[in-house]
Design a protein around this ligand. Structure first.
Ligand SMILES: NC(=O)c1ccc[n+]([C@@H]2O[C@H](COP(=O)([O-])OP(=O)(O)OC[C@H]3O[C@@H](n4cnc5c(N)ncnc54)[C@H](O)[C@@H]3O)[C@@H](O)[C@H]2O)c1
Length: 248
């Protein structure tokens, strides 16, 4: 039984589809209720087992309700994918508003803490399992004008390791995934809105030695691996899936 946050779009939707295709029952959650329900129905139509719940990952009230509903409907929870996140836009540090900073930290980092805090006990009761936190290459290396995003994803990298150490005795593995630039609405949306979007897209592509953006399915494959018994001796690790971006 897997819970995937931010599952209405992009990497979360691809991950939910991939896990369901491998036989997992998947609870999709998101603030985007309409599209989230559509993805869950598509999974069911393809023969998978899935359901959707409205869930704001920044809400301390939402998390216990979500976990309780999963247990009530499906009996247990083995896998948590903390995927929901936002880009937060470009901000120079000299003029960065604290509200914008807090929003990014809240959605990208506080959410992962809340997910661990409230889903962890249920995974422990199930006898252990796997938590996969979606960080970024920008949780390993910096980029200008994205201080809050980099700080939030760097926080996810180390929060993951702290949780892995704390929960090893409980049989809960905790790992992070670090995507390069992947072709999802988070990346393509802002580019499509720009007059020189193609130029910037090509510049981004040129920074990836494999010379293309990643596909959501390629991140879903990495999450599937970390969720499965094929990764049974891996905990506290950073799985980089970035077309070679951070090898340079
Ligand atoms: N696309 C990339 O290139 C890339 C690279 C590295 C890391 N990531 C990370 O991967 C994750 C998924 O990104 P994506 O590219 O699929 O983006 P996306 O915008 O396509 O999807 C993100 C989803 O998160 C949901 N969401 C946003 N705020 C939420 C909240 N408060 N509560 C619940 N759901 C919320 C959105 O509704 C959306 O469905 C994010 O954490 C992102 O930072 C993405």
């Amino acid at each position: 039984m897997a819970l995937v946050t931010g599952a209405a779009s992009g990497l979360g939707a691809a991950t939910a589809r991939r896990l369901a295709a491998e036989g997992a029952t998947v609870m999709l959650t998101d603030i985007a209720v309409e599209t989230g329900n559509v993805v869950a129905h598509e999974i069911e139509a393809a023969g998978g087992r899935a359901a959707f719940l409205s869930h704001d990952v920044t809400s301390e009230q939402d998390w216990p309700r979500i976990v309780a509903t999963v247990i009530e409907r499906f009996g247990k929870l083995d896998v948590l994918v903390n995927n929901a996140g936002i880009g937060g836009g470009r901000h120079e540090l000299l003029t960065h508003e604290i509200e914008a900073w807090r929003r990014v930290l809240s959605v990208n980092l506080d959410s992962v803490f809340l997910g661990l805090r409230f889903a962890g006990p249920a995974i422990a009761v199930a006898g252990g399992g796997s938590v996969i936190n979606i960080s970024s290459i920008l949780g390993k290396v910096g980029v200008a004008d994205a201080a809050a995003y980099c700080a939030s994803k760097g926080g996810v990298t180390l929060l993951t390791k702290a949780a892995a150490l704390e929960w090893a005795p409980l049989g809960i593995r905790v790992n992070s995934v670090h995507p390069g630039f992947i072709d999802t609405p988070m990346v393509s949306g802002p580019l499509d809105d720009l007059e020189n979007g193609d130029e910037i897209r090509n510049m981004i592509i040129s920074r990836h030695p494999l010379a293309r953006l990643g596909a959501a399915r390629e991140i879903a494959d990495a999450v599937l691996f970390l969720a499965s018994d094929e990764s049974s001796y891996i905990s506290g690790a950073e799985l980089v899936v970035d077309g070679g971006y951070t090898a340079q």
